[in-house]
Design a protein around this ligand. Structure first.
Ligand SMILES: Nc1ncnc2c1ncn2[C@@H]1O[C@H](COP(=O)(O)OP(=O)(O)O)[C@@H](O)[C@H]1O
Ligand SMILES: [Mg+2]
Length: 825
């Protein structure tokens, strides 16, 4: 509320604004007005009642504050959205009866201190201590876009932190937390230090206080407004409308159960402000119909296909938004262009987000979080925890011993646990399972996904898969799988997107026509080209329209999406570089990594990132320094990457590889292929090869043979760039020697790829003299040729094998060789 006119308008009594102004009545005196005053002002009886009630409400809010000279300057009061938290110690009356006053004082001090710490950690401030309770604000003095979310996170952290306080009291302490968001009138700060009190006026603080009373010990209850703002970030239990003191009508309230583990730009950015979806009514209709079937127990799969930028992800999000109010569990899996051979990475990512792993968590903390997650999803048994801990690259623990298993049976059991988690969740609530960009899926995930697709009819699951058209599903035709190919948008729908971006202002017809013609109904292109044109300076704004100052130059409007993106990046020259560096990292990059490699002063970097976010080319999640950025679309990332000069690109890849090694050892450990990729692009060949090898061994350990083969092939290809010498031969032999068994496992020992690998291995052995691998290579080669029935070759190889085994006095091999000879002769 900025002024008295607004306040009156909010009561539907705007007609008095002028009279109040004439009498110099502003917000600073409103609470002193009496009924007589109002009568004198000529306010009608009914209206007087209405005003007095509103004034009393204002007073009610402020009653807890001293009404003395410390009263904040009303004229400097601001109207703003604030999230207010009330947090109270449970059972303090009994405690104070039991404890001696000094101990009780200490306990409360400790409690306050801890609460202040937690609140501070989530960008909140303690407004005041009230007895043993605490009133806190989120969004003041500094507003952030995620204040409501931070407040809820703080609430959850509090209910967890307080019972751990070492107080000397018999039982652990507990709190209740109430949170509400609303528009309030905030005055200046009074006081300093730990308790900065603001005069906050409005019903929100009252509501938070009432909700706190409603909360069970150890829980967080939030208002409808907070619920709306936090969207899918958390899981909630509907408390139903509750009768609250001071409220005429029952008030809706939700208990926050836990964070939902949603992630990525989608939930972060679009959960509550997803841009409107045009022209996809039929698709949404179909999805909702499927969902209704699912909630009745008929699991379904929908595969959405379409070219990049056509709107696959957007539809998925729109569906998620439509289901927000329904009880369900939402699981989101992402495949990425840079991890097509990282076994099970989409599942790893989902688990890490759902369990809320944070950078800096110790392995023990991560294990505890994982345990908690699995309990919630009804996955039971120490072995299950051990398998998933292993999947998440946590070190072995004493508590959960990984059974001695072959990589193959470990993998099978791991997939079984992941499947049983889905079953467990689906037994609790209908599950919306979204798998994004499946054209990039790694082979092991695809294996599991295929099993899930097969199982879905027995589960309450809607599995929504999206992929580019080239994705060929390995599963058979099933009646429960529907494929929807997304077509381009119609002209009116394209025009609607343009209008959204211009904020409703019309474009000159000529420009509009060009945009629609060039973009041909691809929504991403429509968005970007429109922005390119708006930012180009070709148009001037006049009376709510855009007009062309000069005739449209023939080459002014880019003809491809790529050109259009490049044009936008170029226009923001100072920020282009930051986008490029991010693009070298990949679709997502963390502030921490960027800062380590950019070589740009922090302030400049942050400013550039801020502008990139404003231009909507990237999205931000979390706060600096923990922020993670994601390109709006992978094509934006690709455009930024392609605009880099080769030499600069290589330098950046090298810097990123260096930063990974120094600061992110856990990623190096879990995803050596990521490092291998950067090293390869950096031209640091030898090191790259060693990481490809490491990646392949990791994959073999997970019985991810196809992934291992892909890594090894990259390694062999990369090693080919080394000068032709024995050093290179040695490296290549390592790779080929690891590749052989993977090919045997996937294609059989007599497959032509396996034979070619062993033949190459033999060549390399010959060049290297008599390396330790020689014997084994010859054995495989012999086996392959025997199975293929290539007898002359088999005879020749077996004879050599025999000689080698004798020379090395390797008795088992000798027996093998003799047996082989026997078979041939
Ligand atoms: N039907 C639509 N109406 C409005 N905007 C859309 C529509 N489809 C896609 N978009 C927008 O186009 C861009 C690309 O869409 P996205 O869903 O990321 O494509 P995909 O996942 O198919 O590559 C996004 O910014 C999205 O918001
Ligand atoms: Mg997408």
């Amino acid at each position: 509320m900025k002024d008295i006119a607004e306040w009156l308008a909010s009561l539907d009594l705007g007609e008095y604004a002028q009279r109040f102004a004439e009498n110099a009545i502003d917000l600073s005196v409103i609470r002193d007005l009496t009924e007589n005053d109002l009568e004198e002002l000529g306010v009608l009886l009914g209206h007087r009642r209405k005003m007095l009630r509103a004034i009393a409400e204002l007073q009610g809010e402020a009653a807890s504050k001293p009404q003395t000279s410390a009263e904040p300057g009303r004229d400097r009061a601001e109207r703003r959205q604030l999230t207010v938290m009330f947090c109270d110690l449970v059972g303090s009356t009994e405690l104070s009866a039991r404890l001696d006053p000094e101990d009780m004082g200490q306990l409360v001090a400790l409690f306050h201190h801890r609460i202040a710490e937690v609140i501070d950690g989530y960008q909140g401030i303690v407004a005041r201590y009230m007895g043993d309770g605490v009133l806190a604000y989120f969004g003041y003095p500094q507003a952030h876009e995620d204040d409501a979310e931070q407040a809820v996170r703080a609430g959850l952290a509090l209910v967890e932190a307080v019972p751990n306080l070492q107080t000397g009291a018999e039982a652990p302490l507990q709190v209740r937390v109430g949170i509400a968001t609303g528009v309030v009138l905030v005055g200046d700060l009074i006081g300093e230090g730990g308790s900065q009190e603001q005069a906050v006026v409005g019903e929100t603080p009252n509501l938070a206080a009432r909700l706190q009373v409603l909360a069970q010990p150890g829980t967080v209850v939030i208002s409808a407004s907070t619920r709306r703002l936090t969207g899918g970030q958390f899981e909630y239990r509907d408390r139903g409308p509750a009768a609250l003191k001071g409220w005429a009508e029952p008030v809706p309230a939700w208990q926050v159960l836990r964070t939902s583990g949603v992630a990525s730009r989608f939930e972060a950015q679009h959960e509550s402000k997803l841009t409107p979806l045009f022209g996809r009514d039929e698709e949404i209709e179909l999805l909702l119909r499927r969902w209704r079937g699912v909630s009745q127990g008929e699991g379904r799969v929908v595969v959405l296909t379409g070219e990049p930028g056509i709107g696959k992800s957007h539809i998925t999000l729109a569906l998620q938004e439509r289901l927000l109010a329904e009880p369900h569990i939402s699981l989101h899996y992402f495949c990425s262009a840079h991890h097509t051979n990282s076994a099970l990475l989409p599942f790893v990512g989902q688990l890490e987000r759902a369990a809320q792993f944070e950078r800096g968590d110790t392995p023990a903390e991560k294990l505890a979080k994982l345990e908690m997650l699995l309990v919630q999803s009804a996955v039971e048994g120490d072995q299950a925890v051990a398998l998933l801990a292993n999947l998440l690259s946590l070190p072995p623990s004493d508590r959960y011993r990984l059974p001695e298993l072959s990589p193959q049976s470990r993998k099978e059991k791991t997939l079984a646990v992941l499947l049983s988690r889905l079953e467990g969740l689906a037994a609790m609530q209908p599950v919306l399972m979204i798998f994004e960009d499946v054209h990039w899926i790694d082979p092991t995930s695809l294996e599991l996904l295929t099993v899930m697709v097969d199982q879905v009819p027995q589960l309450r699951v809607l599995l929504l898969i999206n992929a580019r058209p080239e994705f060929a599903p390995p599963w058979p035709h099933y009646a429960h799988v529907t494929t929807v190919a997304l077509t381009r948008l119609s002209r009116p729908d394209g025009a609607a997107i343009i209008k959204r971006i211009t904020g409703g202002k019309t474009l000159p017809e000529e420009v509009m026509n060009q945009i629609l013609a060039r973009t041909d109904g691809v929504p991403l292109f429509v968005e970007e080209l429109t922005k390119t044109v708006l930012e180009s300076g070709l148009l001037q704004e006049r009376d709510g329209h855009y007009v062309l100052e000069h005739p449209l130059p023939s080459l002014a409007i880019p003809t491809t999406l790529h050109d259009s993106l490049i044009a936008r990046l170029d226009r923001f020259a100072p920020i282009r570089e930051v986008a490029q560096i991010g693009a070298v990292v990949g679709r997502s990059f963390s502030y921490e990594l960027l800062n380590a490699v950019a070589g740009i002063p922090r302030e400049k970097l942050e400013e550039a990132l801020g502008q990139l976010v404003l231009s909507e080319l990237i999205f931000r999640r979390g706060e600096i320094p923990h922020a993670v950025y994601t390109f709006k679309h992978v094509l934006v990332r690709d455009a930024a990457y392609s605009s880099l000069l080769k030499a600069r690109r290589a330098n950046l890849h090298a810097a990123i590889a260096g930063a990974f090694e120094q600061r992110f050892p856990e990623i190096v450990e879990a995803q050596p292929e990521t490092l291998a990729h950067h090293l390869t692009e950096a031209g640091l060949i030898e090191k790259a090869v060693s990481y490809w090898l490491k990646a392949s061994k990791n994959a073999v350990q997970r019985f991810a043979n196809l992934e291992a083969i892909a890594h090894l092939q990259r390694g062999i290809e990369t090693a080919g760039r080394l000068p032709d010498n024995l050093g290179r031969d040695r490296l290549e032999l390592d790779l080929q020697f690891t590749l052989g068994p993977c090919l045997i496992a996937t294609q059989g020992p007599a497959s032509s790829t396996a034979i070619a690998t062993f033949a190459r291995g033999r060549e390399l052995c010959a060049r290297l003299g008599d390396p330790p691998e020689y014997l084994q290579v010859m054995f495989w080669l012999a086996t392959g040729s025997v199975i293929r029935g290539e007898l002359p070759q088999a005879r020749e190889v077996t004879a050599i094998l025999l000689g080698l085994a004798e020379a090395r006095n390797d008795r088992p091999m000798l027996i093998n060789a003799i047996r082989g000879l026997g078979m041939i002769l």
